[in-house]
Write a protein that binds this ligand. Structure first.
Ligand code: NAI
Length: 329
């Protein structure tokens, strides 16, 4: 099987080349460009495409892939909100993904963002480097004894629940399905979670039910001084409403690994450029907000698990054994 690999970075190549040693019948051509309507044409003469979180895999792109003979899309990530799943299904293109490659990697970043933003570690780092040893503006809150509200208790949310428990927090959660392994978690309705939590961390997928789940109305329901963390998908939070909430001093701290309109920036070095999106620039201007560049997945262990599972998915497709939660339906 020949795979064309879009949006490849050096760390992708490193982990996939390592994993390829165990898959002699698979080869990969690495492309720097991400998958979209312009670059889909390059898929001719390949058997599968490998895509990532900000690849465009809508009906138009799927049509080009289909015409080029592609019958397998390998998502090297857990989320698949950027794939038109119905259209892929209609065309007979199989879409596979990597669920739960390292839930702890993402949850650890979520807690890292919560801590860094709320204890102002990002400010302290810069201040001390400039010989400014004043503590002015660095006051945080103690998490021990406070309430963590986790939205979505799948693999990553469950890991975040365990981390919060380790910090001595009371953990409440909102999810349609209750995770039986979390016997220390109290499941509540979303309204109650919003109004009782000191730390809210989002771990649900992006779909029609979660698009702008955090908006002006739900922000209004939150406690004053709440800490909000989003490591899930940007569009779960309405950024305009978030910015308004930050300006209204609603939040003690905000940590974002994902945000709306991230796709033009993330994974790229734009240090010589002028940022065109005022939303991103505005978010970056607040002293109590930390933005990272969709790096929740970026640990050595997670990269190894992603490459192994993606190639196993390709192998399963070759042998016709495509069942289970790795297949996107
Ligand atoms: P999962 O599928 O194991 O868990 C998702 C949970 O959300 C499920 O329990 C589901 O019932 C729940 N859920 C669905 N709709 C909901 C709603 N309306 N309200 C509350 N809960 C709802 O997924 P996993 O592996 O925990 O990943 C969660 C998300 O994290 C992914 O969809 C992806 O968007 C994001 N992610 C981000 C990464 C990063 O690098 N920042 C890396 C990997 C995943």
């Amino acid at each position: 099987m020949r795979i064309i690999f879009y949006d490849s970075k050096s760390y992708d190549k490193q982990s996939f080349d390592k994993a390829l040693r165990h898959f002699s019948d698979i080869s990969i051509e690495y492309m720097v460009a991400d998958l979209d309507e312009r670059t889909a044409v390059y898929s001719k003469e390949y058997d599968a495409v490998c895509a990532f979180v900000n690849s465009v895999i809508d009906a138009d792109v799927l049509k080009i892939l289909y015409d080029n003979g592609i019958r397998l899309v390998l998502m090297r990530c857990a989320g698949f909100n950027n794939v038109d799943v119905n259209e892929a299904d209609r065309l007979g293109i199989t879409v596979m993904r990597v669920p739960g490659y390292s839930p702890e990697a993402v949850a650890e970043l979520a807690m890292g963002l919560a801590l860094a933003a709320q204890r102002r570690i990002h400010k302290a780092y810069i201040k001390v480097r400039e010989n400014n040893f004043s503590l002015q503006g660095l006051t945080g809150v103690t998490l021990h004894g406070k309430t963590a509200g986790i939205v979505g208790t799948g693999k990553i949310g469950a890991a975040m629940c365990r981390i919060c428990r380790g910090f001595g927090m009371k953990v409440i959660a909102y999810d349609k399905y209750h995770n039986e392994s979390l016997d220390f978690v109290e499941y509540v309705e979303l309204d109650r979670l919003l109004s009782e939590s000191d730390l809210i961390s989002l771990h649900c997928p992006l779909d029609d039910t979660t698009y702008h789940l955090i908006d002006e109305r739900t922000i209004d329901m939150m406690k004053n001084g709440v800490i909000l963390v989003n490591t899930s998908r940007g569009a779960i939070v309405n950024t305009d409403a978030l910015i308004k909430g930050i300006r209204d001093m609603k939040f003690h701290a905000v940590g974002l690994d994902v945000y709306e309109e991230e796709s033009d920036y993330v994974f790229e070095n734009l240090e010589d450029d002028i940022l065109q999106h005022s939303i991103t620039a505005r978010l970056l201007s607040f002293p109590n907000v930390i933005v990272t560049s969709h790096q929740g997945f970026l640990t050595e262990e997670a990269l190894d698990a992603i490459s192994e599972t993606t190639l196993k998915n390709a192998k399963a497709f070759i042998s016709g054994d495509i069942t289970g939660e790795n297949v996107v339906k």
